[in-house]
Design a protein around this ligand. Structure first.
Ligand code: URA
Length: 196
């Protein structure tokens, strides 16, 4: 792996998502039999959705949000009038934590420089942080998703909408409605900006 002080120099040299993905293959080694999940979507998407980490299905296919959480997300995106293909989908971690455990703070810190470069390259107008790991990584390590969700934040000229993670709403109808609502808000903001 590339040592941390060298990483920022490496990252500065990177000019495309493809190059960043190649660097990820050196940095993050998936468990045997699993794949790295870098993310997918248009190189310059105006909407970026950030999840936590690949799950089993994602590590199997190498694609983000293709399991149960992904299906729910797809459904709500569709309801909000967003085509999945027009958004860029990624995760804070690019490999699946063993046994799907919650990422450790150290793993988030390791993965963060790559995510931040990924954001710089995509330059979205709007980011939806799905769940607290994404919110902590991109905005504030101490922010509580239950307090911040549904409220626009601003960072480096981007608008950030914190929302519940789709995996967190399966058994909670109230939370499901809130996720739906927050994605609808992101879609409305996207439309507003798109016309301007
Ligand atoms: N959960 C996530 O956070 N990301 C995925 O890609 C799938 C499930």
């Amino acid at each position: 792996t590339v040592a941390a002080p060298d990483l920022s120099a490496e990252l500065e040299k990177i000019g495309t998502l493809e190059q960043l993905q190649a660097l990820c293959r050196e940095l993050f080694i998936p468990e045997p039999g699993e794949l790295l999940v870098f993310g997918e979507g248009p190189e310059r998407s105006r909407l970026l959705l950030i999840g936590e980490a690949p799950g089993e299905k994602e590590a199997e296919s190498g694609r983000p949000f293709v399991g149960n959480a992904g299906r729910l997300l797809d459904k709500y995106l569709q309801k909000a009038g967003i085509r999945r293909e027009e958004a860029y989908l990624t995760n804070v971690l690019k490999t699946r934590p063993p046994g799907n455990r919650t990422p450790r703070a150290s793993e988030v810190q390791e993965a963060l420089p790559v995510l931040l470069r990924q954001i710089e390259l995509i330059r979205p107008a709007i980011i939806v942080c799905l769940g607290s790991i994404a919110l902590h990584a991109t905005v504030d390590r101490k922010a509580k998703i239950t307090e911040k969700r549904g409220v626009w934040l601003e960072k480096d000229g981007m608008r950030i909408m914190p929302a519940f993670h789709p995996s967190a709403v399966f058994r909670d109808e109230q939370k499901r409605e809130l996720l739906k609502q927050d994605l609808a808000a992101a879609a409305a903001a996207l439309r507003e900006q798109g016309d301007g």
